[in-house]
Design a protein. Sequence first.
Length: 236
Amino acid sequence: MPADSALVLFSAGQDSTTCLAWALAHYPRVETVGFAYGQRHDVEMDQRGVVRDALRARFPEWGAKLGADHVLDASVLGQVAEDTALTGDAEIRMQENGLPNTFVPGRNIVFFTLAAATAYRRDLHRLVGGMCETDFSGYPDCRDDTLKALQVTLNLGMAGHFVIDTPLMWRDKADTWQLAAALGGPALIDLIVEHTHTCYRGDRRTRHDWGYGCGTCPACELRAQGYRRFRERSAS
């Protein structure tokens, strides 16, 4: 694979941490970007540094490639979507349009636009995100078609040469655990379990075999089910 540079959209969740490991395994120069948008589970912002430090400590060869971290204020999303279950205290439920109320309209479009502007300034060419069309909640901005169209738009609008990488696009959660195992073995699996955060409710008090979380929100349920299938496959 030719030498290149990457900016990973990094929330310190299971998916974005796996994508960060994937980018570090593929590219010689990798930076990360995170977004503060008034998310209910803002504990993820605290875990970002923890995960980055743990990756450096456990994988020195990756640590040598891991560059700067950028945190951007995307609080406008919280202002325009204050009634969602990710940016307010609403109970998680399905809406009449068939989407869960954890959907923050335009979130990934805004994230990639801000990431591309950051990458432009930093001379980074790959934008890496953990979006997928398998184990997901139907979010339209996670779809492959959306991101392919967005890649074209970003390149036209910035006269750039960006490539949006989505290594999880066609993987379910069990496959994501398997990818992490292939990239970093038990050490990466343990890091993901202990340090990443996926729970929509921001619960880091309850420890499960798959990590910390409330255990009942959609993010926790997907993570738990995927971990169980991953372990079953590994044992067979």
